[in-house]
Design a protein around this ligand. Structure first.
Ligand SMILES: Cc1cc2nc3c(=O)[nH]c(=O)nc-3n(C[C@H](O)[C@H](O)[C@H](O)COP(=O)(O)OP(=O)(O)OC[C@H]3O[C@@H](n4cnc5c(N)ncnc54)[C@H](O)[C@@H]3O)c2cc1C
Length: 532
C-alpha cells in the first residue's frame, strides 16, 4: 500500500548497510530521529468540509489527508510531524473529460478553488492547498488511466492524463511500444503531471524530455476546452503545447495526452565507467553529446557522490578490491562514476558502445564491473526509498536541480555545493553534499545536487535548517545564469526565484496567460507565480 507520510509502497524496505551509516556519521556526526505522528491522529485534526455535497466528491478525512501534501521537504516534515496546517475540503476522482468539465463548472458556481492532482509526487509544493478563504477541491486524475488509442502508423498514443508510469509502459509494451519516459518518481507520477510540470526522464538522451514526447491533447479550462491536434511540426504561430507544458494546474486540467511512442528496443544495457576526475568525466559526456553518439543515458557522479554511492552499496570487500584495481589503473581519489545506457538494435548499440568507450578511454576512463551497470538498472527507482531509512536514523535529505551552459557547469556546481556546506555553519552543523550530471545536451547540462543534514531538536528547527539551505543554494542558481528548475517545476518553493530567469515582462506575460484561461484565478492558486 502507498505510504501516506513518505515515499512509495510500504512493503518495500531498503537495507542501509552499516558502512553507509558509519560513513554519514563520519561526515556530519550522529543524529537522532524525530517522533512520527500516526495516521489516525492526523485524521482527527481534519476540520469539517466546507463543500456542498456532490456525487463525485469524497469528503472523508482519510482522503483529504492523503491529498494534502506532496513530496517536498516541507511536505515531508508536515507529514511526519502531523502538523499539516491545511487540508483540501474534498477529493474527486473523475472518470472522463465530461466529469472534469462538470466539476470545474460546479467549482465556479460554488466559488471553490481547484487543485489538479496527478501522482502527488511534486517536490516543490505543487499540490498543497492555500489558505485564502475559499474552500478547496482536489481533483485526482487517477481513474483516467487508460490507453485510449494507439495510431501505429504515426506512432501516437492517446492516454487518460492520470495514468502513472508503470501503467503507461504496461499498456504500451503489450502492443510492442514504449514511451521511454522514466523519471525517478516513475512508480507514482502521472503523464498529466509530467506535462504540467515539464518532467525529464532518466533516458531523455534518447527519448527526449516530456516536451519532445508530448504531441497534443485536451485541457479543460475554466473558460473552455483547449484541444491541441497532433501535427509533426507547425509554423502557425505560437505552439500551444508550450502553453500547456509547465502550466502546473493553473490554467486547467489536462484530461487527455497524446504522446510520441517508440517501438520496443531489441536490446538495452547500462555500463559503468570510472573517470579519473570530474573535469575529465564532464569533458567525456560533453563530447558524446556534441558528437551526437546515440546513447540512451549519460550520468556522471562527482567525487563525493561516487564515494557516497560506493559506501552506501555495502559489499565492502568487493569495493575494496575494485578500488585497488582502479588505483593500479591510475584512478584513485577524486574518481568519478560515469554510467551510460545503450538502447536500440544490437548492431547500433555495438557501434555506439565502441565510439563511447573510445571517448572515455581517451580521457583516462576505465570500464567498471558489468554488475555495476546491471545494479543501476535494477535499482533505478529504489533510491527514493533511502530517504525513509535515513530519516529513521535522524538524517534529513533533499535535492536541488538546475541546468546551465557547459562553460558554467563546474563553477556553478562548486558554488551550490559550497553554499550548502556553509549554510548551517552558524549552528555548527555539517552538511554532506554531492552532485551528478544526469541530463546532458550539446549546449550544457543539468546539475543535480543532494544534501544530507542531521535533523534538529524539533520539527520547527529542522524546517528552519532546510530553509537556510534551500535559499542559499537557490540564490547561487538564480544569480548564476541557470534555471531555478531543470525538471521539478516551480510550485511554491521555486516561485520566489522565477524573476531572475523570466524578467519582469516575461513574468507579466505568464500572469496574463493564467488570467486568460482562468479569469477568477481559482485553479491551483499560489503555484508558479506567487503574490506575497
Ligand atoms: C523521489 C522523487 C523522484 C523524482 N524524480 C524526478 C525525475 O527524475 N524527473 C522529474 O522530472 N521529476 C522528478 N520528480 C518530481 C515529480 O515526480 C515530477 O514533477 C512529476 O512530473 C510530477 O508528476 P505527478 O503526476 O506526481 O504530479 P503532481 O505532483 O500530482 O502535480 C504536479 C503539478 O502538476 C499539476 N497536474 C498534475 N496532473 C495534472 C493534470 N492532469 N492537469 C493539469 N495539471 C496537472 C498539479 O496541479 C501540480 O501543479 C521526482 C519526485 C520524487 C518525489
Amino acid at each position: 500500500m502507498r505510504r501516506w507520510n513518505g515515499w512509495g509502497d510500504d512493503s518495500v524496505v531498503l537495507e542501509t548497510p552499516q558502512s553507509g551509516l558509519a560513513f554519514l556519521q563520519s561526515q556530519i556526526g550522529s543524529a537522532s530521529a524525530l517522533p512520527d505522528a500516526g495516521f489516525a491522529q492526523v485524521c482527527e485534526q481534519v476540520p469539517p468540509s466546507r463543500l456542498a455535497e456532490h456525487p463525485l466528491i469524497n469528503t472523508s478525512a482519510a482522503e483529504r489527508v492523503k491529498h494534502a501534501r506532496g513530496q517536498s521537504f516541507p511536505d515531508w516534515l508536515a507529514m511526519r510531524s502531523g502538523d499539516f496546517g491545511v487540508f483540501p475540503d474534498g477529493v474527486a476522482y473523475p472518470q472522463s473529460s465530461a466529469e472534469v468539465r462538470e466539476l470545474l463548472d460546479w467549482a465556479a458556481l460554488q466559488d471553490v478553488d481547484v487543485i489538479p492532482y496527478g501522482g502527488g509526487t511534486s517536490v516543490a509544493g505543487h499540490i498543497n492547498p492555500e489558505v485564502n478563504g475559499r474552500a478547496v477541491l482536489t481533483i485526482d486524475m487517477g481513474h483516467m488511466n487508460r490507453l485510449l488509442d494507439l495510431n501505429a502508423e504515426s506512432q501516437i498514443a492517446t492516454f487518460g492524463a492520470g495514468v502513472p508510469g508503470p501503467q503507461v509502459e504496461a499498456q504500451l509494451r503489450a502492443k510492442g511500444y514504449t514511451l521511454g519516459h522514466f523519471p525517478q518518481s516513475w512508480e507514482l507520477s502521472t503523464l498529466g503531471g509530467w506535462v504540467a510540470s515539464r518532467s525529464s526522464g532518466q533516458q531523455s538522451f534518447r527519448y527526449g524530455r516530456i516536451e519532445q514526447i508530448f504531441a497534443g491533447g485536451k485541457m479543460e479550462c475554466p473558460n473552455g476546452t483547449l484541444e491541441i491536434p497532433t501535427i509533426p511540426a507547425s509554423a502557425a504561430g505560437t505552439d500551444l503545447r508550450e502553453v500547456v507544458l509547465g502550466s502546473e494546474g493553473r490554467m486547467g486540467i489536462i484530461t487527455e495526452v497524446k504522446v510520441r511512442v517508440t517501438p520496443l528496443p531489441e536490446q538495452e544495457k547500462f555500463i559503468a565507467v570510472f573517470m579519473p576526475d570530474f573535469e575529465s568525466a564532464k569533458a567525456a559526456v560533453r563530447t558524446i553529446a556534441q558528437k551526437k553518439i546515440p546513447l540512451s543515458m549519460l550520468r556522471v557522479s562527482n567525487a563525493p557522490e561516487t564515494q557516497t554511492q560506493l559506501k552506501l552499496a555495502g559489499h565492502e570487500t568487493m569495493i575494496a578490491w575494485l578500488e585497488k584495481y582502479l588505483a593500479l589503473r591510475g584512478i584513485a581519489d577524486g574518481k568519478c562514476l560515469l554510467t551510460f545506457g545503450l538502447t536500440g538494435n544490437k548492431q547500433q548499440n555495438k557501434l555506439s558502445c565502441k565510439q563511447a568507450m573510445g571517448v572515455f578511454k581517451s580521457l583516462g576512463g576505465v570500464k567498471g564491473p558489468a554488475m555495476m551497470g546491471k545494479k543501476w538498472a535494477e535499482n533505478r527507482f529504489r533510491f527514493p526509498y533511502l530517504r525513509e531509512n535515513l530519516w529513521q536514523a535522524g538524517y534529513a535529505v533533499d535535492t536541488l536541480e538546475t541546468a546551465t551552459d557547459w562553460e558554467n557547469v563546474s563553477d556553478l556546481m562548486q558554488r551550490m555545493e559550497s553554499a550548502l556546506h556553509n549554510a548551517l555553519q552558524d549552528e555548527g552543523v555539517k552538511v554532506h553534499v554531492f552532485t551528478h550530471l544526469s541530463h546532458v545536451y550539446t549546449q550544457g547540462s543539468s546539475i543535480y545536487t543532494s544534501y544530507v543534514f542531521p535533523v534538529a531538536a524539533d520539527y520547527a528547527q529542522t524546517l528552519q535548517r532546510w530553509k537556510k539551505l534551500k535559499h542559499a543554494a537557490s540564490m547561487e542558481i538564480a544569480q548564476g545564469h541557470a534555471t531555478i528548475s531543470h525538471q521539478h517545476g516551480v510550485g511554491v518553493d521555486h516561485a520566489p526565484y522565477m524573476h531572475a530567469e523570466k524578467g519582469l515582462l516575461g513574468m507579466a506575460a505568464i500572469e496574463s496567460l493564467l488570467a486568460f484561461f482562468d479569469p477568477q484565478q481559482r485553479m491551483n492558486p499560489g503555484k508558479l507565480i506567487r503574490k506575497e
